[in-house]
Write a protein that binds this ligand. Sequence first.
Ligand SMILES: [Zn+2]
Length: 305
Amino acid sequence: MTAIDVARKPWLVERLSRLLGGQPLLVERYLNQFGLVLSPHYVAEIAGAPPGKDPIFHAVGRCPVCDQPVSTWTVRASTQRLTTNEFQVVTRAEGTQGHASVNPVLYDVTGCQACLYVSSARSEFKSETGSDSSSPLADRVKKGLDGARAERETVLVEIPFESLFDRPRDLTSAMLAYQMAVRCEQVKVGFDVPGSHMRLASTRFRLATLEDLAGRTDSANETIAAALTDVRDAYSRTEDPRQAAPAAYLALAAAIRLGEASVASEYLQVLRGLEKTLQADPKLKSSLRWCSQARDLWTDWRQGQ
Ligand SMILES: [Zn+2]
């Protein structure tokens, strides 16, 4: 968090300072961990009120690229009540049943220290005990990822790898980790790995949500613009309505956020068309939610204009 980011909401920083007894170190820790959002739960956590039960556990897996052991932290899903934004990314978490509040997005990114492969798909990191559910990466993709390693190293110029993936994880570390994950997904898109366009988009939407939390609206808009291109690519590449519907929904959500009315309207029409196909087949009905969510988003936006 830079001084410029903080300067965008001086009232919030002032209120935080009052709530945290005028202690600048606590204010700094709050802003690094939670960004420019005010929540009594977060204030209690930073102020050292009873933090609650630990919702985070340690897991060990194997890197899908170099097969070295990877150590990772995960937030137990059942311990948090989550609020998500229009991109389906968590913006706020509240601990349940006595657990401390931790935003799982901060921890939903895992990296391998040996080859610097970073991904927001935890299922890619084979568990040491359980079976491997993900399909293995082809050798040419692994080679491509290895060749692009230097690009990922540029992210690590100021921050050592361990501190990006340690706990507690702050916004700055998480944003850098997601930037590395974006670079890895871009390589996979280059090799046309199945599902990589959507995975790249989803990684960018998470990065953008963290950038918003940090008050970096301009960076978030740039990230969302890039994600819009990814979801449009993903949409144009699939014939399966179950994949087309979420891609079209996210294209509409991104276009609305960026104020691109004609693109938003284009995907609203796409979803209207898809709705008929989805209704016709009982097996496809669960994907109808994308159509209704898109309609709600569109209506809210038009009413707000
Ligand atoms: Zn590795």
